[in-house]
Design a protein around this ligand. Sequence first.
Ligand code: SF4
Length: 203
Amino acid sequence: MQDITYQVGNSLYINLTNRCTNECVFCIRNLAQRFNKRYALWLENEPSVNEVLAAIGDASRYEQVVFCGYGEPLIRLEAVKSIARALKQKNKKTRLRLDTNGQANLFWGRNVLLELKGLIDKISISLDADKDQKYQEICRPNFGAQAYPAVLEFIKQSKQYIPEVEASIVDLPGINQAACAKIASDLGVTFRVRPYYEETYVS
Ligand code: SF4
């Protein structure tokens, strides 16, 4: 038993993968049993594109459809593109948001933002810290010292390809929120502080 999609408010979230290139100290994946009683978001098998489209059904019932998951959706880049393309072909007004840790260009070794152009309406990128040292401490990236500069560059580049770009942090003690907000402002994107725990995982 696993849930491929889950609803929060008027948004439908797609749970594509549990894999991620970070191991954040605050990741709800570590606390799945305790904090997700309503949905079974730990995937035994990653869903196929057709399974996801079937689980979404009529996307016009939702304000937006969000690629989020328990893990990093862009690890399944081809699936994100195929699902987004199918939803947009069905109804070009379907609003699509992507929540990401911003390491996809590093992971894939190319600019994947180019491939998302015209498919994703809004991208929300986890900035999570104002300095590399803090990022290492709380996000524990598999890419080590390459990760934080890559996230900053990803935020900067996103503006060229995605209509709305947001940088976010988690509301945790020890995070310099003002400094993070300034980084977002300097990069020319909006800024959001995410609550630490939500009923379901909303990256
Ligand atoms: S980037 Fe998101 S999914 Fe990945 S470890 Fe951090 S909180 Fe979890």
